[in-house]
Ligand binder design. Structure first.
Ligand SMILES: [Zn+2]
Length: 432
């Protein structure tokens, strides 16, 4: 996963959801058994399918650990061999202009780390995705996306580091607070430009034409106070067969987009649930909420770095040729410390996002009133997310509720709402 995408993912901006063929749906009413209905959906997944999805998702836990350790190893390599210090010296020889030195160092740094991380990237993003039949890209197509992502980093990351190291040097005591402001500002900037300048580099976005799908979505949007006249679709099938949709951007660039896998694989009831979920993120201001929470997490991260950086540099700074926080040669150490902080914070970041996702699920049930559609979607999503984790496992690793939790919520809602409110909708008659 690319650096830019990772940043966006951290904020939960790729809000995934899936769906599948609608089978006979039991009507709700007197004697509707929530547990039995949940179990009925869960049993639709064969033992083979479940083993496959569990293996894929649990392998992801280990990849998080290996990725973290790999990051520490790369940082140690750059610092311990003195390479980082030499790159800084080279940049200082070429120019006396500080921001330009930072940009030159960053370019070197990106090239070297991209090469060192390449084996892990190609395994995780290409071979492993094909191994589990989730990817649709050929290797050249994948390389093309990988290169575009690298190009984006080469353009955007120097801007971040020039600003960061600017405040590091100008505010010797309060750099960690100003650093948080810069970090959060950069994140907000990324979210703002992503729908307009970044996403179109990877996929084609166009207005959704089919009135049979577009109209019900626009009606739901208007019912919930969103004035839109367009819904967008994009060719996610270029990269994978995962069903998903997302809300991205903020202020003037916010848009709701659904992917073509969703259109091709799902019934209208399921599409309505997914889009109502995305509308929920929008109406509940989740992007702003996550920006605020992530800002606080970032302040904590900079606080940790402030505590740790000077201690490490006091001990090894001389042998690594790192002069202090304002020295760009310390970037690998800065990266390693942040990687450590976010590795430890994984459960808190995931839980923050997961709570919002559950809110959006509940919003969607009220707005779309298709609990069986929601359950079908949860079933499809479990192609790549373990269906039934333990509670601690869910707390640590899940940035969305598990399939089981989502189906149970949908069936509970169905038992309590549909019989009295609207007996007709309960059978999902408008699904096809
Ligand atoms: Zn979501």
């Amino acid at each position: 996963m690319g650096r830019i995408t990772t940043w966006c993912l951290i904020l939960g901006l790729t809000l995934l959801a899936t769906a599948g063929p609608v089978v006979a749906q039991s009507g709700s009413g007197e004697g509707f058994d929530v547990e039995a209905a949940t179990q009925e959906y869960l049993s639709r997944m064969s033992p083979e399918e479940r083993a496959r999805s569990d293996a894929y998702f649990e392998g992801g836990y280990w990849l998080q650990l290996w990725g973290f350790l790999y990051t520490l190893g790369v940082a140690w390599l750059l610092l311990g061999t003195g390479l980082s210090g030499r790159l800084r010296d080279r940049a200082e020889q070429w120019t006396r202009h500080r921001p330009l030195q930072t940009a030159i160092y960053t370019a070197f740094y990106l090239i070297i780390t991209t090469i060192l991380f390449f084996p892990l990237s190609v395994y995780q993003q290409f071979f492993r995705e094909h191994q589990y039949d989730l990817a649709t890209q050929s290797f050249p197509e994948w390389m093309r996306d990988f290169s575009v992502d690298l190009g984006l980093s080469v353009v955007l990351l120097p801007l971040l580091f020039i600003a960061l190291y600017g405040v590091f040097r100008r505010a010797p005591k309060t750099w960690w607070l100003w650093g948080s402001v810069v970090g959060l500002g950069f994140l907000a900037f990324l979210i703002l430009i992503a729908p307009v300048f970044i996403d179109p580099l990877f996929n084609t976005y166009e207005p959704l034409e089919d009135p049979a799908i577009k109209e019900p979505i626009l009606v739901m949007a208007r019912e919930n106070g969103i004035e839109v006249d367009n819904v967008f679709q994009f060719d996610a099938s270029r990269q994978s067969n995962r069903v998903s949709a997302n809300v991205s951007g903020f202020l003037g660039t916010m848009a709701i987009r659904l992917n073509d896998n969703l259109l091709n694989r799902c019934s209208l009831a399921e599409i309505k649930e997914v889009m109502a979920h995305e509308i929920g993120h929008y109406v509940l201001n989740h992007i702003y909420e996550l920006l605020i929470v992530f800002g606080l997490i970032l302040v904590g991260g900079f606080g940790f770095v402030r505590w740790a950086f000077d201690r490490v540099v006091a001990k090894w700074g001389q042998s690594w040729s790192v002069r202090g926080i304002g020295d760009i040669a310390g970037l690998p150490l800065l990266t390693a410390l942040f990687a450590t902080y976010f590795f430890v914070m994984t459960p808190f970041v995931n839980t923050t996002i997961r709570v919002n996702e559950a809110e959006a699920d509940l919003f969607a049930l009220h707005a779309a009133r298709e609990p069986d559609g929601a359950a079908e979607v949860a079933l499809k999503l479990s192609e790549y997310r373990k269906m039934d984790p333990g509670p601690i496992e869910e707390w640590i690793f899940y940035d969305h509720p598990s399939g089981r939790a989502r189906i149970h919520m949908a069936m509970t809602w169905k038992a309590e709402n549909l019989p009295a409110a609207d007996p007709v909708v309960g059978v999902g008659s408008e699904a096809e």
